[in-house]
Design a protein around this ligand. Structure first.
Ligand code: SAH
Length: 391
């Protein structure tokens, strides 16, 4: 098969030789005459093949490579099946289905498959397609999922990418293989009702699994405040391991409703779900807690928002540190890609300093095994957190 070519400007192949998967428009000498989403060859100025990627003529990232190779290959149904099967085999090493059937199967660049994430909830696979190129080969992805035993595939669109990348297909069950909502699935034997159609993201924030478990293991006999709780992931883990009381706070009434349902589903009652703004709640609440979780949404969605976002994280962490009991713990997170580990730590430092309390970093927290970071694509490291001890 013949593919159209992108030719890079001289010298602009360096990051690709280091297997960074993005071609920026500024580095392109010659564009192919190919429609949005086509699979193209990427070549150096000297016409050497570097690999294959999805072409996006209107995007700053003009091509996302999914294969690095100097030898021509054919990208066919089998190619995609192999890629997805490799990702599945990788997950088998880390995810034990006996207790956990909620996990991420494809983490975009982290699985050498830019432009798509696939999350598994028990028997369902939820696909979020982020670029046109993946939409054009989606049939192969669905066939591969079917061959791995996932016969219920839900396609979920993200509005921002719909506009930017012209991904048109979304929010439907593939081949009408509908599953009634909610799906019942488990994480470390905690049951969750997950609504992939109406829920946030693909239905659940899978990336916090190991941090939720860690919180659980520290919760015996403790009172816990879970801010930005969504459907109660951290709350349930605390309850399961013997927390005496848990408050979940989220501004979304639907999220609190889900959290309450999940608490009941697991047979607990020592919990209150509170629909409120977390900043306001922390400012006004008269209680103090043994453990506080601060897991806000990404405050910095793009690099221009970093300054404002930093102020948001700073005031949130200050409020959290003020409200924790002496000797208490704080799990604090940022999932903003544009705020790196070092900056996040400086922000938390400055919040701690204003509280004039002794604060120690107990552990540095990150994303789990099923959200791997492609070593050549550091942008994939987005979740960072600190476990703090406050005197
Ligand atoms: N910790 C959760 C995921 C949090 S996602 C888990 O483990 O599943 C972020 C959540 O913050 C969303 O549920 C969103 O509804 C909520 N949120 C966003 N802004 C908020 C605010 N100002 N106050 C309270 N909740 C907010």
């Amino acid at each position: 098969m013949n593919y159209e070519k992108i030719i890079l400007k001289s010298g602009r192949e360096r990051s690709l030789l280091n297997r960074h998967p993005w071609v920026f428009s500024g580095g392109v000498k010659q564009m192919p005459k190919a429609p949005n989403g086509s699979i193209v060859e990427v070549r150096t100025n000297a016409d050497e093949l570097l690999g294959y990627g999805f072409f996006a003529p209107n995007s700053q990232i003009m091509c996302r490579l999914f294969e690095f190779t100097n030898e021509p290959i054919e990208i066919n149904a089998n190619y995609w099946k192999n890629k997805i099967t490799r990702a599945f085999e990788y997950r088998k090493q880390f995810i034990n289905n006996d207790h956990t059937n909620i996990y991420r199967l494809i983490h975009a660049e982290g699985d050498f498959f830019p432009g798509i994430i696939i999350d598994i909830y028990n028997q369902a696979a939820v696909c979020q397609i982020l670029v046109k190129g993946v939409e054009l080969i989606s049939q192969y992805v669905f066939e591969a999922l079917n061959s791995l035993g996932f016969n219920h595939i839900y396609l979920k669109t993200k509005q921002s990418t719909q506009l930017l990348e012209n991904v048109t297909d979304g929010n439907r069950w593939v081949n009408d293989a509908i599953l009634p909502m909610p799906i019942n699935a488990k994480e470390y034997n905690i049951q969750f009702n997950i609504d992939v159609e109406k829920g946030q993201k693909t239905g659940f924030f899978i990336d916090q699994r190991e941090n939720r478990r860690m919180l659980g293991e520290l919760s015996m006999g403790k009172t816990v405040l879970n801010t930005f709780s969504y459907s109660g992931g951290f709350s349930l883990s605390a309850l399961k391991y013997g927390a005496t009381w848990v408050d979940s706070v989220d501004s979304s009434k639907e999220a609190i409703e889900l959290a309450n349902q999940n608490v009941a589903l697991n047979g607990f009652s020592n919990h209150e779900g509170i629909a409120a703004d977390c900043f306001e709640y922390l400012k006004q609440c008269q209680k103090t807690y043994d453990i506080i979780v601060l897991d806000p949404p990404a405050f910095a969605k793009h690099s221009r928002a970093v300054a404002n976002a930093s102020r948001g994280y700073q005031s949130l962490n200050k409020l959290g540190i003020e409200k924790v009991k002496p000797g208490g713990l704080i799990f604090t997170f940022s999932c903003s890609q544009h705020i790196d580990k070092d900056l996040f730590r400086k922000i938390v430092f400055s919040a701690a300093a204003e509280c004039k309390r002794n604060v120690r970093i107990v552990r540095q927290l990150s994303q789990p095994d099923d959200h791997p970071i492609n070593i050549y694509h550091p942008e994939g490291e987005y979740l960072k957190g600190l476990l703090l001890h406050v005197e």
